[in-house]
Design a protein around this ligand. Structure first.
Ligand code: ADP
Ligand code: MG
Length: 294
């Protein structure tokens, strides 16, 4: 590509919601045969809402929400923000209780103490790791939430699971078209998520998606992208700080502008209009800059 063609592609990108941080991305993009999407915050808006609280008979919904919010105040997952927002708005809560000794468990949740009692807030793995059993009523409520595409966040006080908060995460509008466009160009579309297959089922079911890697620990995202990149040319699209390694490991890294600065810093291009169609635009700009057609 001539410097002029590249400069013009960079400037057209700006008009169409794509900030190119490294113009050599235009040389790499046309060869990409696999596009990997992070699920939460990338294929979904990442702006979650806590829709429902479920409590076991020995707890109240208000207690479950209060314990959850106490710890989530210290977390940085979108589910944490949703839970804190709901607690802030709850009229049956007298503020969010103070927590101490809060530890983050990436890809699982948070652990800490409230009123000198241990509290765990997170997924099934977090409970398993601390040898906390899941009562069948909560397991059933969690399965129902998952079938709905929602995320169940379990709340443990002391040694027992006392309830859960059902958190919704809506897909970004236009995700289907964005994936179809990439698939129509002959690229494989792959979804990576820390959630399980059920939570990703809406994406898994779609024809344009060729593969879903579920239950992926944050540190494994990079390994998976590396493995895929050893077999072909890979683009990674992500938003979170735990996507930075994968974005850097990919041949082409694209960050969502609403995501963290760490992700943007690791990416070749940033989608600033938060429109997933702009991922395809990045490839189109590259094709035009090079006068090359796939
Ligand atoms: P993703 O971007 O796919 O959500 P993460 O690795 O950030 O991947 O999280 C994976 C899973 O870990 C989440 O789906 C959730 O079940 C759990 N999790 C992580 N952090 C929290 C948190 N602060 N509160 C509740 N659950 C959490
Ligand atoms: Mg994410």
């Amino acid at each position: 590509a001539t410097p002029l063609a590249v400069a013009s592609a960079v400037s057209r990108g700006l008009d169409r919601g794509v900030v190119v941080r490294d113009a050599s991305v235009f040389e790499r993009a046309p060869d990409v045969d696999t596009v990997v999407f992070d699920k939460t915050g990338t294929l979904t808006t990442g702006e979650m809402t806590a829709e429902r609280v479920v409590a076991t008979p020995d707890a109240t919904e208000a207690d479950v929400l209060a314990s959850a919010a106490a710890l989530e105040t210290y977390a940085d997952h979108p589910a944490a923000e949703a839970i804190v927002d709901r607690a802030d708005d709850a009229t049956d809560l007298d503020g969010i209780p103070a927590a101490s000794g809060v530890e983050r468990h990436p890809g699982r949740g948070v652990a800490g103490r409230v009123d000198d009692e241990r509290v765990l807030v997170g997924n099934r793995d977090l409970l398993a790791e601390h040898d906390v059993a899941l009562p069948s009523a909560l397991a059933d409520a969690a399965d129902a939430a998952r079938d709905d595409g929602a995320l169940p966040v379990f709340v443990v006080r002391g040694d027992e699971a006392h309830g859960l908060v059902v958190v919704h995460d809506d897909p970004r509008p236009g995700w289907e078209r964005a994936c179809e466009r990439l698939a129509d160009d002959g690229r494989d579309v792959v979804v990576l998520t820390g959630d399980d297959h059920a939570a990703a089922s809406r994406f898994e079911r779609h024809d344009a998606v060729s593969d879903v890697y579920a239950d992926v620990r944050p540190e494994s995202k990079t390994e998976i992208v590396r493995a895929l990149a050893s077999e072909g040319d890979v683009a990674m699209v992500g938003d979170g700080s735990n996507d930075a390694g994968a974005l850097a490991a990919a041949d082409v890294g694209v960050a969502m502008g609403s995501g963290t600065a760490l992700a943007a810093d690791a990416a070749d291009a940033v989608v600033v209009d938060d429109d997933l169609a702009s991922v395809g635009t990045t490839f189109d700009l590259a094709t035009t800059a090079h006068g090359r057609v796939r």
